[in-house]
Every structure is written in structure tokens, then in C-alpha cells.
Design a protein around this ligand. Sequence first.
Ligand code: ZN
Length: 492
Amino acid sequence: MKILIGHCGHEANTFASRVLDFETFKDYSNWLQGDVLKETFPDTPTYLGGMLEAGNEFDVDMVFSIAAEAPAPLLSHECAESILAEILQDVKAAQDGLDGICYMLHGAGCAEGIDDLESYILQNIRNIVGDKMPICVPLDLHGNITPEMARLATLFGIKQYPHVDCKEAGLLAMKTCIESIERGESPQTACIRLPLLIPCSAGYTFAEPFTSILTFLEEYKNTHKLIDVTFFHGFPYCDRDITGSSIVVTSWSDPSEHAAVLADYIWQRRSDFTAESLSASEALDLAEDSAAAGFIVINELSDNAGGGAPGDGTHLLRELLARDLPKSIFGYIYDKEAVTEIHKGKVGDKISFQLGGKTEPMHGDPLFINNARIVSLSDGDHISTSPVQAGVPHSIGRSARVRTGNVEIIIGSKLTQTYDDRPFLVTGADIEQYRYVCLKSAHHFHAYFDDRAGEIIPCDTPGIVSGNLSAFNYEHVKRPIYPLDKETVFLI
Ligand SMILES: [Zn+2]
């Protein structure tokens, strides 16, 4: 049995002013291709880790395509076509004797002129392999899923945010692909979209309302012997008419009625998906007043590169510098130009430079850092220890740690979010030695920090991943939609 496996994910933030070209997408996405996947992903908590485990268990002849994922601005049309060409080249190369395809696609991919990137890719794959070949596709819960995707492939989803269950989704998709090949038929997938936007800041699944929702969905799935049931939160920062939450059900028999029941259940809970929204000043006030032991994490969720934000926003850092609190560290802010300047010096040198605020006006003006001391210089490379991607090579790029007053700042040159303590550690900083630990991430960092931090305080500064959806100028999202339109009616 021969199966092509891969992972190519894109999550489009259309509120970003930039458009991504192919070379930048490859840089952001840690693009790998071919047999190197076989060495990189075994025993990792990733989609590919799950596919590899199932493939090895059932002695599948696996052919390796791409491993890449980038939450980012909109792709240029040329970028989307280049990505598609790479995928199709792998499909054609594997086509002789190919029985099935198991390919992670994010679900919120979008390019200039291509609103539903996943369906576009799947249709082009279908044009090569035909309508009958099993194609199993695990997706991110931030996907804006469409019935067209469900028509073209068998769909699966992760349930948790932080995304600690990617391996399970990859494993289930691969096992179902294998079973589909053996049975000579594919399961059916039903997708029902809800007129509902959920800000990422309200999507943490290890607390209510999600713990009870996930329990209900899991019990429903087991009672009705369904293969998979996923509540996709959707990605509200992609301003397109397909944007919104959805229920997706996959089963060997027609899942349409089950999807309708579950979509109605989610709709009844629509007012539960809210999160508090603190300014930088309010968040640091709370941190200063906290009696918690150990270190306090203040996460700037609205500048989360994992949602397409620039990662060089200055709102929280500006407030931290103004307060000059003892034992403060910011890890990290993205600024390639600043890193280049700092690396012209050596540890111990004093340096002045412009920092951050160079990409999106909403994220604040550049800071002038005057006469800071270079504490350490690093290549930024590390192996992730986060439960989201433990064991996977990761990097914040060539980087530096500088000190100005009481505040230490880590500056990186590769855009990603902070998942664990590695961005600190690669510059020699032990977070246990600090009181105020600031970082940029919405929820993935929770997987590592929940058990370690004395307290975690979210901070929602102005930015293109803010939890305050009413601040966005939506032009294309299908209206009415909740919570922008409070009286929205949902008819299945
Ligand atoms: Zn996601």
C-alpha cells in the first residue's frame, strides 16, 4: 500500500498590509521537502508524527511531500501557484501505484484571487488522481472550513488550543486513509458553517466553555459511532465570505443530520465565546499587584505572529520600559534590522538603535533604545520543548539579548511566536531568575507555561490579532454574523 503524506498549512490574516511571496513563505514556514521528513518527525506531537506512526504500524510504503506551515499575511497569487506546483509535482512523482493521500492543510489558507486555498489545492490534486482515490486531510481548528473542502476530501480536525493534539489528528487521518484503501470506499464528511466569529483570544480550550463542549462532542461521537467530530473555531482575521466557525462530521454513513444537531448545539452557546481584554498598562498593573510566587507571564496576544501579526509591535515593551521594573525580560520582539546592527558589536558593548514598530502602524511606533548593553548574541536555533511541537527544530533566527535599565530585551530575526522557554534560553536567560516575563503569543505558550508560571496575564494591545473584533473594518465577511450583529439568526 502506497500513500503520499505531507503538511502544507497557511493561515491568512488579511488585515496585514503585506502580501507574502514564495521565498518569504518558505522562510516563515520552515519548509522541508522529501525524505528529510522521515528523519525529522517520528515521535513528535505533530500531524506528520501521527501519520508516520500509523504508516509504520501498518507497513505502508510512505512517499514524502512537504512539511511547511506559516500563519502569515495573504499569499501573493504567484506564491499560491508556486506552492501548488510543488505539491502537484510530488503527487505526479508518486502517482505510479499510489493508493491514497494523507495531507495536512490548515483550512484558513488564502491568496490573491483564491479565497479557499485548500479547495483550490484539493481540486488540482483531484484533477490528477481522479475522484475515487482516498484523500484524508487533517485541519487546524482555526480553519474556515467549506462544504467544498468536504466534497473533495475526507476531513478531520484538532480539538485543542493550544494545539497539543495534532498527532492524534494525523494518526486518525492516516488510519482512516488506510482503511479507506482496504474497503475501497471513503467516508463522507459533512460541514455546516455557523454565522459566528470567535476571537482567538477566546479560544483557550482547557477551560470553560470549551471543556464542557468538547466533552459533549466526544460523547456524541462515541454514542453515534462517528469517525470524527470537530468544532472549528475558524479564523476571524481572514476577511472573506467563507470566514466563520463550523461543525465538521466524518462518518462511514451519511453524517448530515449529526452535523445539523451539533451545529445547533454550538449556536446555543454562542454568547460564551468571550475573553477579557486588558491594555498593556492594565496588565502590568495587575502583574505588579500580584502576590503569586515565581515569575509572572504577560502575553501580548494581539501581536501573536502565530495569527499573522508582525511580532515587532511596541505597545507592551514601551510600557515595560517606562516602568523599568526590576527583573523584567521581554522574549522576544522580531526585528531583523536591529539584530544586524547589534551583531556588528560584541558582548559588553553599548549600543543605541531603533527597535520594532516597522511593519504595521496599528502595532505602535518604533522605540529608540539608548545606550543598551549587549548581554549575549545567539543564532537562535533550538529544539522545541513545548508540548505543541516537542523535538522539532525551531529558531528565532540570529538574535541578541540587550539590557537597558532594569529591562532585558530579546530581539530575534526569524518571525515566530514564543512557545516555551527556549527563546530565552538560547540567549542564556533562565526565566526562573526573573519576575516579569513578557512574550508574544495568544495561547500556544500556555502548553509550556501553565504549570510553571506563578500567574499568566493576557494583554490585548491594538493589533491585527486583537480579541476586540469590533475594532476591525470587515468588508467581505458574510453578514449578519455574531457577535458583530447581535440579532443574527442561524437557519440550517
Ligand atoms: Zn490554529
